[in-house]
Design a protein around this ligand. Structure first.
Ligand code: TA6
Length: 282
């Protein structure tokens, strides 16, 4: 089984926080503010192989979210998360945070999967809070349309004890019930496989975790869709890179442009999808 060190990665360690980022997919796998537990969840069974998605942290899903809308042979959640990115900037900010910038651009392989030219930029500002932003530029001579997400996996003590606030009254597509449109009542709680695409919401979400005695806030911009996912028992067993006993310790709250929402970019235009993550003790 591949190990975390089998793939090139960058580690950042300051007095304020530590983080790990893999140039493959500009994939942030670890963020831990000083004095707190790690905030992002990683599967102990994740693969660390060229071209294979990493299970956990913040996968970048683009230029489509979920299965390809037409051709199921194409990689789920697009190809950006398995492309090679390059570190183009790393700067120590005045407040002690570190901001790193990675870039990837279309190439022959990507254009076989998706016939458009683009430049993608991922910035991560690492400190007591974490700000992650995906900016995509249309470098093509024709418009293109995409969907995507910062597919963030959060570490929790016990998912059955967690509440996700911020989605009360929001309509969602229930992917485990035939994509039925439903309305959220109160906080989201998890007691079985949960895969919901919350629509037309720009709200901040808060993961309330009594076991870890913390709240994780996820504010966002450039996104009108929030996805909440926990695979629960049977789906976990079907994923080779996800331990059978791991589902109680994670929840995905994803900052997305998907569901009813897609991003249309004219030549030269860009879109920025941003998540701002912070932690409070309770
Ligand atoms: O965001 C939830 C979801 O779309 C689920 O349906 C599940 O497929 C999950 O993403 C993980 O997808 P992956 O391709 O990373 O295994």
């Amino acid at each position: 089984m591949s190990q975390p060190n089998d793939l090139d990665h960058q580690t950042i360690a300051t007095d304020l926080a530590s983080a790990t980022i893999y140039p493959q997919g500009a994939h942030l796998t670890h963020w831990q503010p000083a004095g707190r537990k790690p905030v992002l969840w990683m599967s102990a069974k994740s693969r660390f192989e060229l071209g294979a998605p990493i299970r956990g942290g913040i996968p970048i899903c683009w230029p489509w979210f979920g299965p390809h809308p037409v051709n199921p042979e194409k990689p789920a959640h697009g190809f950006l998360r398995t492309m090679p990115w390059r570190l183009v900037d790393s700067i120590n900010l005045a407040d002690g945070s570190v901001r790193v910038t990675y870039e990837a651009q279309s190439d022959e392989m990507s254009q076989q999967l998706w016939p458009h030219k683009f430049l993608a930029e991922l910035t991560a500002t690492i400190g007591p809070t974490l700000t992650v932003a995906l900016t995509v530029f249309n470098t093509c001579v024709k418009p293109f349309e995409s969907t995507g997400a910062l597919h963030t996996y959060f570490a929790v003590s016990d998912v059955t004890k967690v509440k996700v606030h911020g989605l009360d009254g929001v309509e969602y597509l229930d992917k485990v019930d035939g994509m039925k449109r439903k309305t959220q009542h109160g906080p989201v709680t998890i007691s079985n496989e949960t895969d919901r695409v919350y629509l037309n919401t720009e709200s901040e979400c808060v993961i309330e975790d009594p076991g870890f005695r913390r709240r994780i806030r996820i504010a966002k911009s450039g996104s009108k869709t929030t996805v909440v996912w926990n695979p629960w028992i049977e789906k976990s067993k079907k994923m080779s890179d996800f331990g059978d006993d791991e589902y109680p310790h994670m929840i995905c709250v994803e900052t997305a442009a998907a569901g009813d929402e897609s991003i249309k970019l004219d030549p030269g235009a860009s879109h920025r999808l941003e998540a701002r993550i912070s932690v409070q003790a309770i």
